[in-house]
Write a protein of this length. Sequence first.
Length: 269
Amino acid sequence: MMLMSLLLALLADRYWPRHTSGYLAAWYARLVPPKTGEQPDYSTGQQILIMLLPALLLGGMLWLAESFLLTFVVQTLVLILALGKVDIKRHYRRYLEAGQRGDTEAQAVYLGMLTQRQPSAETLDTCMAKCLLWLSYRYYSAPIIVFVLLGLPGLLLYCGARYLSCNDASEKTLPGLLLFWLDLIPVRIATCGFLLVGHFANATSAWLKGLLNFRLSAQHYLINVGQRAEELDSRENNLCTRGALRLARRNNIFLAVFTAVLTLSGIIL
């Protein structure tokens, strides 16, 4: 059942041109409207409500109903809403178009719409490549892994914390701290996928170095392994943006295939 829900969600993300209401963030904003600004600004009580209420309500409803069909429909719909983020594809497409025109200022603007981290010492290509690796994990790989490991309640808990955090999450906030702990296992599974679908020998040392280092942030660990699992630009020694995107896509396909193997072997339902 998990496998079917996952496959349908991935197909919907690929072929359904969603608008704002097609993502969980819009539904969280309706649950508790933010105070001010585009970035959500909530009190601690509201943050706990957003993270726990949907998980408890839907999890409890499905547990009481004990309906296979209802569980399948609900978890598929939630998974569709959980995958992806509004405007990621559009901003990246416009970033590429600006690059073709040679407009580096526009590229920097579109990059800034996707990530808060833009080290001055790095090129736009490097920043965007690292950004794509991280966003692919945060909005695709991590939800898939959390869904398989913790089911629908765990997925909603993760997505609630994700909604309350910026893309470059900090552990100093309550949602960021929760994401730090929830990411401990998923990020290590995702980076293991990088080894298998990328350059195994190049990335193994970075993966092993951070495997038991639980103080390392998920973002730092993921990018460290990812930029070694994909070919580097030999001229500038920078991670190629398109190469990072290919690596992220291959890794998500690997996770879907691995889920299928677990389903066929009877480990998960």
